[in-house]
Design a protein around this ligand. Structure first.
Ligand code: GMT
Length: 379
């Protein structure tokens, strides 16, 4: 099949999922066309099966806001016609499903019928999409999609509660390519980060409010009193400066390393002993799954879809949002004993395997085939 994928090209989970999905589909023989405003961060290799089409928005001084949706829908129309695309898969409802719908309608005028699959990722629903300024347009574009998928049961439930959805929402969980992790890194360079006797605790995110960055710091602050350890903070975002200040205030600045954005997540996770994800909400928690496939147990909140990924007492522990005491004491339980840590590490790996791409990819392929066969349905 020839599939156009629309996504955000940034470090966020939805862009990562879309990119990894496209690469995996190309490996199965599909022709994949990524359409977005910059080459996606995890899309290193283009091939004869993977193409990237950049959306340009020419600046015009009259416009207070440059019309990205307009440029995207035009680019979709041109690319779909030029490359004879069979199917459009948009990741993140805003504004991709909206632009996709416009492209579909323009193409229909020319007798071209392209089904649209919309995958909901979380913040497009739980944070941004439900805002009254966006809600009617988001409801409309979800309802106009030929197939709607959600990355967790929790997000499906939330979407049905917030929006007036007419059709089905199918849950297809996020995934990980387990094969990529079967060989372990030999150049972990753990010694650059911590001494032999120290544990390494890691957090990776976009440092937005929803990630509860101060909780990460406070939990670590309690851990390091009991257990010699370092905290590695990976990512960039609005909460980063405050986090650096909090480390100074708590007197732990020498134990916390802020690395910024990284393309070497796996190398960092390779020498990590524990992952912290105390988020206010998380539709899935891809970062937790990436930790787990690298044999890193997870201490998380029990919000949203996280319990579908991190299993209580198996791959780690879950606490109520904001319960710093509980998160710290559970973290210490895992970290204080080598055997316990090793058991949690193996469990984390085993749980992560349940989300192997080999299991999840056929679910998307089945959806594509169904949408393609029924492509005249919504005309
Ligand atoms: O977590 C973020 O702020 C980034 C966001 C995104 O849109 O990329 O992540 C969302 O989608 C990921 C991939 O499906 C999920 O793993 C994250 O849980 C979800 N984030 C939230 O729901 C807050």
């Amino acid at each position: 099949m020839k599939i156009a994928i629309v996504c955000y090209p940034t470090f966020g989970g939805s862009g990562v999922v879309a990119t990894e999905l496209g690469i995996a589909l190309a490996n199965r023989g599909h022709e994949i066309h990524f359409i977005t405003y910059r080459q996606p961060v995890r899309l290193e290799l283009l091939s004869n099966k993977i193409f990237f089409h950049e959306v340009h928005v020419p600046e015009y001084p009259l416009f207070h806001y440059q019309p990205y949706e307009l440029a995207l829908s035009s680019k979709l129309v041109d690319t779909i016609k030029l490359h004879k695309i069979d199917l459009l898969h948009v990741h993140y409802a805003i504004p991709h499903a909206y632009a996709g719908y416009m492209a579909k309608k323009m193409l229909e005028e020319e007798g071209i019928f392209v089904p649209m699959i919309t995958t909901l990722h979380g913040t497009d629903i739980t944070l941004v999409g439900k805002h009254p300024f966006y809600k009617p347009a988001v409801t409309f574009s979800i309802n106009q999609s030929d197939v709607v998928t959600s990355v967790s049961e929790s997000l499906k439930k939330g979407t049905l509660e917030i929006f007036d959805i007419k059709g089905e929402i199918e849950v297809i969980p996020n995934f990980i390519d387990a094969k990529k992790y079967s060989k372990s890194f030999t150049d972990c360079q753990r010694s650059n980060m911590a001494t032999e006797d120290e544990r390494i605790v890691t957090h990776i995110s976009n440092f937005r409010k929803v990630k509860r960055i101060p909780d990460v710091i406070k939990v670590f602050s309690k851990i390091q009193i009991e257990i010699p350890s370092k905290l590695i903070m990976v990512g960039e975002g609005p909460e980063k400066e405050g986090a650096e200040r909090l480390c100074e205030e708590l007197g732990i600045a020498d134990k916390v390393i802020f690395l910024g954005n990284s393309n070497e997540i796996d190398k960092i996770l390779c020498f990590s002993d524990l992952f912290l994800l105390p988020s206010e909400t998380e539709s899935f928690g891809l970062a937790a799954l990436e930790a787990m496939i690298n044999k890193v147990p997870v201490i998380s909140s029990n919000a949203g879809g996280i319990p579908e990924v991190n299993k209580e007492g198996v791959s780690g522990f879950l606490s109520d949002v904001g319960d710093i005491e509980d998160m710290a004491s559970k973290a210490i339980t895992i970290l204080k004993n080598d055997e316990v840590l090793e058991r949690f590490k193996l469990n984390a790996l085993n749980e992560a395997h349940k989300f192997d791409i080999q299991k999840v990819l056929p679910l998307y392929e089945e959806v594509y085939e169904r949408a393609f066969k029924g492509r005249f349905k919504n005309v």
